[in-house]
Design a protein around this ligand. Structure first.
Ligand SMILES: NC(=O)c1ccc[n+]([C@@H]2O[C@H](COP(=O)([O-])OP(=O)(O)OC[C@H]3O[C@@H](n4cnc5c(N)ncnc54)[C@H](O)[C@@H]3O)[C@@H](O)[C@H]2O)c1
Length: 255
């Protein structure tokens, strides 16, 4: 367990690129597992002239969800994106292409979407809490046989009752004829892209620390001071100390 760097608005700028990677990748993986040899329904995301494209439902319209919807729309799929934040839905409605429908997320709408979707992407988050569970096991019976769930939120427990963590060596399993993909570290499969994306956002902090020293930078920057978990053999973050039942040093007080 560790505490990530959060800016003054509570956002996690160093984790954003990983959500961008996972969101875009969710559609690539979904396309693969919809193929019949992978036990999917045998559906091409974009369809062809005369044959309808796939229906894709994205649960959660944050960084992962928006990136998933954008790539899905580019494939010409029929996309629905659900969120509970009306401001976010208004923004998505403004920027997404016409084949993306933005819907308020409630139990009724989620269940209706499960009946129509070939591919469902789980992308919800409640900061600092376990992912909210939006799909119960009985709901899977509403889904078409061979449909696919990519539960990106699995690293926070997942938003589907039947999700359990998987790895890149064995990414999927099947419950009630629905293919589940629940890899907890999706960006690891595209390490070249992920490493550059991560370095782009971490490097400015690393340069500051290298040039000025950690103590001086921590005095000026609350995001950095809050993100220091350990220093000189001491736990310096209250949440980490509490989790492990260890004393907390006041050296970087205020984190
Ligand atoms: N598996 C992986 O490799 C991997 C990689 C990156 C991120 N993630 C995970 O993906 C999840 C999403 O990350 P993010 O960066 O997009 O978070 P985010 O905070 O940007 O977006 C989460 C969205 O979920 C919405 N939400 C909350 N409750 C909802 C509900 N009941 N119905 C619909 N929407 C709801 C929020 O309003 C928010 O817009 C997180 O759990 C994150 O840890 C996993």
């Amino acid at each position: 367990m560790g505490v990530a760097l959060a800016d003054d608005q509570g956002r996690l700028p160093l984790l954003t690129p990983m959500s961008e990677v996972a969101g875009r990748m969710s559609i690539q993986e979904g396309a693969k597992y919809l193929e019949r040899p992978q036990m999917g329904r045998g559906i091409l995301l974009g369809g062809v002239p005369g044959v309808a494209p796939a229906s894709i439902t994205v649960l959660g319209g944050g960084v992962v969800g928006a990136n998933a919807a954008k790539i899905a729309a580019g494939f010409n799929a029929d996309v629905a994106i659900l969120d509970i934040n009306m401001d976010r839905l208004r923004y998505l409605d403004d920027v997404m292409p016409p084949n993306v429908t933005c819907l308020f997320s409630d139990r009724h709408t989620v269940r209706a979407q499960l009946e129509r979707a070939d591919l469902v992407v789980g992308a919800v988050l409640i900061p600092g809490a376990k992912a909210p569970r939006l799909v119960e096991e009985e709901d899977l019976k509403r889904m078409k046989p061979g449909s696919v769930i990519i539960d990106v939120a699995i690293d926070q427990g997942g938003c589907i009752a039947t999700s359990r963590p998987t790895s890149h060596s064995q990414p999927t399993y099947i419950v009630h004829d629905v293919v589940h993909y629940c890899v907890t570290n999706m960006p690891g499969a595209v390490g070249r892209t992920s490493t550059y994306a991560l370095c782009n956002v971490t490097l400015p902090y690393v340069i500051q620390i290298a040039q000025q020293g950690i103590e001086a930078v921590a005095k000026k920057s609350r995001p950095i001071s809050r993100a220091i978990n350990l220093h000189a053999g001491e736990v310096t973050n209250k949440a980490v100390a509490e989790t492990f039942g260890m004393p907390c040093s006041e050296r970087f007080a205020g984190n």
